[in-house]
Write a protein that binds this ligand. Structure first.
Ligand SMILES: C[S@@+](CC[C@H](N)C(=O)[O-])C[C@H]1O[C@@H](n2cnc3c(N)ncnc32)[C@H](O)[C@@H]1O
Length: 194
């Protein structure tokens, strides 16, 4: 379930109004550096993928089992159209919290920060549920104080530690050293094991 404020209608309107300042026009180097080190057979989900630059990068780099989910139909159709008809990416239009596949890896990129902070426990629980035992949640979280002013909603290492340690073994939860320039010093790299 999503809260009423940041529901399907909210996100669809953002795409219809082209009010999508999060679109980086390419994948984050912090993510691709990690992804270069894993098997192309890994079954991967990118939730709240929006323009899905990471999914495109994965496909261009030989990954074979890529899944993308977004609650905005327009986000999914725009990304699908840009990537083209010959893609093998599995596209899901729907709510992450109702998604019931199982994965080796989930890639987090400005999805967590887009959710109402009240959803954070549900996020951690559902992530754990859709990961196979030993599967990983890898990606980036924002590193600025949580306030009512969002999305994006921020947080800190101690807050994320307390949230995720209930469900995951924490392998990495630290300041990101290779963020894109506009986000330098404002991102935390995570790798959590289910
Ligand atoms: C801030 S945007 C980030 C998009 C993309 N990850 C990026 O970095 O460009 C958040 C995305 O999450 C999607 N979203 C929000 N709530 C969702 C939910 N419950 N299930 C699936 N997608 C959701 C929105 O439609 C939007 O595309």
């Amino acid at each position: 379930m999503t809260t009423s404020a940041f529901n399907e209608h909210y996100w669809e309107s953002r795409y219809l109004d082209n009010n999508i300042p999060w679109d980086m026009g390419g994948p984050s180097p912090a993510l691709t550096e990690y992804l270069k080190s894993i098997s192309p057979k890994t079954k991967i989900l990118i939730p709240g993928a929006g323009p899905a630059w990471e999914a495109q990068w994965l496909e261009e780099n030989g990954f074979e089992n890529i899944h993308v989910i977004d609650i905005s139909e327009k986000a999914v159709s725009d990304a699908k159209e840009r990537i083209g008809p010959n893609s093998s990416i599995n596209w899901w239009h729907g709510n992450f919290f109702e998604h019931a596949e199982s994965y080796d890896l989930v890639v987090e990129q400005t999805f967590f920060c887009a959710l109402d902070p009240e959803m954070r426990n549900a996020y951690a629980e559902h992530m754990h549920k859709i990961l196979k035992p030993g599967g990983r949640l890898m990606g980036l979280l924002f590193n600025f104080p949580l306030s009512a002013d969002g999305p994006p909603f921020g947080g800190s290492i101690p807050e994320y530690q307390a949230l995720f340690e209930k469900h995951f073994e924490i392998k990495h939860l630290e300041e990101c050293y290779n963020s894109i320039k506009p986000r330098a010093g404002r991102e935390i790299f995570i790798e959590l094991i289910a």
